[in-house]
Design a protein around this ligand. Sequence first.
Ligand code: CUA
Length: 330
Amino acid sequence: MILGISIVIFVLVEGILIFSILRYRERPGTPNPFQNHGNLKLELVWTVIPTLVLFVILFFTIRGLLYVAPENEPAATAAQPRIEVTAIGHQWWWEFYYPNYNVTTADTLEVPVGTTVHVNLFSNNVIHSFWVPALTGKTDLIPGHANTKWFVAEKQGTYTGICAEYCGTQHANMRFNVKVVNNDDFKSWMSTQQQAASAPTDPLAQKGADLFKNQCASCHGIVGVNLKQFYNTAQECTDLPGGKPNGSPQCLIGPNLTHFGSRSLIAGGVLDNNTENGNCDPNNPKLKEQCNLAKWLNDPQGIKPGNDMNIGSLTNEQIQQLVAYLEGLK
Ligand code: CUA
């Protein structure tokens, strides 16, 4: 509506301007134009009309604001269940923590259909904004300030979410998915997520596990390896009142990787975890071209310049070992 009004005014004003420039341009022998010092009637017209137009726009703006104003979050009932999640904005990826289940994941927020999802929003660095256009509007994550929002997904499916507040060079690559599943699928997914990682039996993956402990464990956590349990980054690692200061030993910089192999997105949502068709089979001769995890391990700064993943260069064997280990963490 506002766009329509603006187009009409734009075309009218620019049209008259261009017409005047062409029609009344200076030509040889043209006398000086008529000098006019004010015209009350004209000035009233071009003051009153824009004022009226702005009031019309104001009316529709206020109506739109009332229309999108959030309703109160429904009370949790048997008919309208509710789950709580904590979304933590990092530079540049999303961490999701389920306080009632003590589970941490990254890049994909999995929720049951028809359930009120109460989202606690935290950031321990800069302002981000949580936005899933098909499900809910934008709400900022502000360092030192607890924000919340809620939404209900009525249909199963996968919905794209993005960060909607400029937060640094990779702001555009701070994406996530909201995966809406039925209640049974949610429960079985959750019970898998609650398990600690089991030690690998495959020799290649065992080497990958050693490599993880030596090279990755200072930034990434795996429950059962270098973490005793999932932890709430929001409480442990933000400067919120009552929270521990940044730098507490559990404040790992990178995503918790406990069930990495079960995730559909990696690298802060910019790559699919494309394990289908044997892409990420460690013996795939084209592993580094076909498996996104291998690509990422090979050159994280080339894929997402400026991110915190600074692992130096890995040999092909090391990449094979890490792929075998991490993709095995279902
Ligand atoms: Cu986070 Cu933009």
